[in-house]
Design a binder for this molecule. Sequence first.
Ligand SMILES: *Cc1c(COP(=O)(O)O)cnc(C)c1O
Length: 353
Amino acid sequence: MEPTIISTDRLKAKPDETKLGFGTLFTDYMLNMDYHPDKGWHNSRIEPYGPIPMDPSTMVLHYGQAVFEGLKAYRTDSGAIQLFRPQANFKRLNRSSHLLCIPEMDEAAALEGLKALLRIEKDWVPRAAGTSLYIRPTIVATDPFLGVRSSNTYRYFVILSPVGAYYAAGFNPVKIWVTRGHVRAVRGGLGEAKTPANYAASLYAADIAHKKGYTQVLWLDGVEQKYIEEVGAMNIFFVIDDEIVTPALNGSILPGITRDSVLALSRSWGLKTSERRISIDEVMAAHASGKLQEIFGSGTAAVISPVGELKYGDQIISVGDGTVGPVANRMYHYLTDIQYGKAPDTLGWIERI
Ligand SMILES: *Cc1c(COP(=O)(O)O)cnc(C)c1O
């Protein structure tokens, strides 16, 4: 089911690649599709990027029934354009949809639609080192209705945004703050879905962290406030006594594709790798005994985000020697080399456009 193409000759000027930020510029076209109970997902079309007119009573505006994804298209040195594990994004989109009572879509068709959009917009994939084209697939509930139930109709859209290098100022460790008064998600809730509600729930604590001079919030579990879950909108890893540890997926943690890739690489390198419960007390004790070697976050935007300092209550600890640790450094370079086609894709993670 190839999308219909509605073209325009009013194209935007391409941005200066040395000045790209994140999420402010959008390309000329977007992909759209509608859901109706009688027709299923239908009317796949690529049309000029533009506003989505909505009745003020549209359900997503009131009850937040929406899901999204985030991935990137990378340009290789030879000019080719490639995606990193996009099948995993569409699989996760369906999983998120399931949890939000949104009808699932055909994953292969969704990937084909995205590739059709990228072929039209290929000149928007920037070339400068570390830059990429960020891809945001989204589904929103569109019934004009104020009752609380799941919507009958939905709109799917994919927008594209050229983005700058995440580490424009250098690959440096960040400072994180462990919140004890706020939770992002609870078991049985929406934590494992990529849905706007989780972001709304994270803003208040993130604001406090920023005011205290910290970049990200480290979230503890929503029941006991004891076990580590995630950092900001990233998954988290610890290196303790040469063991690579990340919290096991428990229903309130987002199953990151970067997380999964870090685990696969770590295991393939023969490192001791564990997905298990890890408490903040264990991390503090590991630091006290000199066994805490590294902490880093993982996610599509940053790939790997090393942590240099952590504040928990009155205690402030510095991690490692203040520079990027060897595991974080190796992971970052290995993953970005695969993404940009500088290293062979031995794990079958790359999808060419
Ligand atoms: C998207 C996201 C991640 C990272 O997932 P990736 O697939 O690695 O980009 C982690 N945590 C949260 C809350 C997220 O929304």
